[in-house]
Design a protein around this ligand. Structure first.
Ligand code: UD1
Ligand code: CA
Length: 461
């Protein structure tokens, strides 16, 4: 049976107390709705129908930034008034496929594992439905699964409609369900809003199908951790931690050493070779690729970088969109702004900022330096306090430095400027012209010794 997927994302999310659409709140720096869409896409459905309503333009515009292959399967349907989950599903009826089942997902339930949904979708539901349930130690807020004396599901009762006995039931509705499309078309229009919230509850379809002798299966998920619906900021933080723990676990199982899985944050994707080590409080963003034997020091932030074998990043290093080749050492307290290549054996030390530059093999910049818009050759040594003056107030200019150049401490290179191979620049020099190979260049004023000088002093009383 082929599959449609409907993601409900029209609700107000009042409990978030935010003017941002609930489903756009982020887990691991990605809107919750995107997590749901990406998992949905893996199930290979005919189409992914997203029901939008509250702040629909924000939701639609955000979803339009998702990967194109995924976007090609997405259809938006508007639910004009948020009258409940059954009413939300009703708005999709016209575009549901023939001879198919529909998996219903919630935009506020971001972490449901693919494997669980795949299992749900592979159940034989005939003309009926199957729903994913879970045991909750604190079932408050969830719809309860009420079973009959044959232990079959009888109906679902929402928290606000529970009597005292029902409130004690710990098996809950996760919201995720698979329903035959014919059953949706027949029974969704029959659901009424005769309940505490005066809403059309999708969960009422269970009793309707039972009354018509149609199949209602349940799949009990032993662990509710990843089925958590996010209704407020507390649950959002719990979902974030669950996600991070899960990712840390996956990485460790694949051989990554984490100093502490509870103090590691991934906000993108990470690939790594053998023997890599990540110390505490590191944040990985964007797409990060590590070779073998890479060490990332404590409290470093690595965004969209490729770091090759044996490179060591010392603590408190921040780096963006850069490539570090083999045996590079960087930090502590180094800052790579976007677009740098540090070739093999480069050293970038503390309080060094590098931007839009390439540093040749073996080049070293140990301390307190700014290298911007520069092409630097091999085995160059930058003294402390070197500055490439790349900006004239209106335009950026390039600094080009050859191989084996020695740049004395406290040098300013006023770009555009080219320094030849083998040049030595004396400490305290301001380079304002191009330098040919192998010269010594120095602009310091000659020192003077004045022996007759008397420093002013205050009279003592
Ligand atoms: C719902 C279920 C409850 C289940 C819980 C699991 C119903 C009636 N209740 O309750 O049994 O235990 O989820 O998390 O289904 N939405 C719309 N349009 C609407 C109303 C809601 O699109 O008119 C969307 C929301 O954006 C959200 C989802 O449906 O993504 C669930 O709505 P919410 O109000 O959070 O339902 P719960 O009270 O959590
Ligand atoms: Ca919810």
């Amino acid at each position: 049976m082929s599959l449609d997927i409907v993601i409900l994302a029209a609700g107000q999310g009042k409990r978030m107390k935010s003017d941002k659409a609930k489903v756009l709140h982020e887990v691991a720096f990605k809107p919750m709705l995107f997590h749901v869409i990406e998992t949905a896409y893996k199930l290979n459905p005919n189409k992914i129908i997203i029901v939008v309503g509250h702040l629909k333009d924000d939701v639609i515009n955000s979803v339009k930034t998702i990967d194109e292959a995924i976007l090609s399967k997405i259809h938006f349907v508007e639910q004009k008034e948020q009258l409940g989950t059954a009413n939300a599903l009703a708005s999709t009826i016209d575009i549901l496929s023939e001879n198919a089942n529909t998996l219903i997902l919630y935009g506020d339930t971001p972490l449901t594992p693919y494997s669980v949904l795949n299992e749900l979708c592979s159940l034989n539901i005939e003309n009926g439905m199957a729903l994913l349930t879970a045991k909750a130690s604190d079932p408050k807020g969830y719809g309860r699964i009420v079973r009959n004396d044959k232990n079959e599901i009888a109906y679902i009762v929402e928290q606000k409609d529970c009597n005292e006995t029902e409130a004690l039931i710990d098996e809950v509705n996760t919201g995720m369900m698979l329903i035959n499309n014919e059953a949706i078309k027949t029974f969704i229009p029959k659901i009424t809003n005769d309940n505490a919230q005066k809403e059309y509850y999708l969960t009422d379809i269970v009793k309707l199908l039972k009354d018509n002798n149609l199949k209602v299966e349940t799949l009990l998920c032993p662990d509710i951790t990843y089925l958590l619906g996010v209704n407020d900021k507390v649950q959002l933080a719990i979902a974030e931690r669950n996600y991070q723990k899960q990712k840390a676990l996956e990485f460790m199982q694949d051989g990554l050493t984490l100093a502490d899985p509870n103090r590691f944050d991934i906000r993108g994707s990470l690939k790594f070779g053998k023997n890599c080590f990540i110390d505490i409080n590191v944040i990985i963003k964007g797409n990060v690729v590590l070779g073998d034997n890479v060490v990332i020091g404590a409290s470093s932030i690595i965004n969209d970088c490729t770091i090759d074998d044996n490179t060591v990043v010392s603590p408190f290093t921040v780096m963006n969109q850069s490539t570090l080749c083999k045996n590079v050492t960087i930090g502590p307290f180094a800052h790579l702004r976007p677009n740098n290549t540090l070739n093999d054996d480069v050293h970038v030390g503390n309080f060094v900022e590098v931007k839009n530059s390439s540093l040749g093999k073996g080049t070293k910049s140990g301390h307190l330096t700014y290298i911007g818009d520069s092409e630097v050759g091999e085995n160059v040594n930058f003294g402390a306090g070197t500055i490439t003056c790349n900006y004239d107030g209106a335009f950026k200019h390039k600094t080009i430095i050859g191989d084996d150049v020695f740049v004395g401490s406290d040098t300013q290179l006023v770009a555009p400027v080219t320094v030849g191979n083998g040049v030595t620049i004396g400490a305290g020099t301001t380079v304002t012209k191009n330098l040919d190979d192998n010269c010594l260049y120095i602009t310091r004023a000659k020192g003077r010794v004045i022996t007759t000088y008397v420093r002013p002093r205050k009279e003592k009383k």
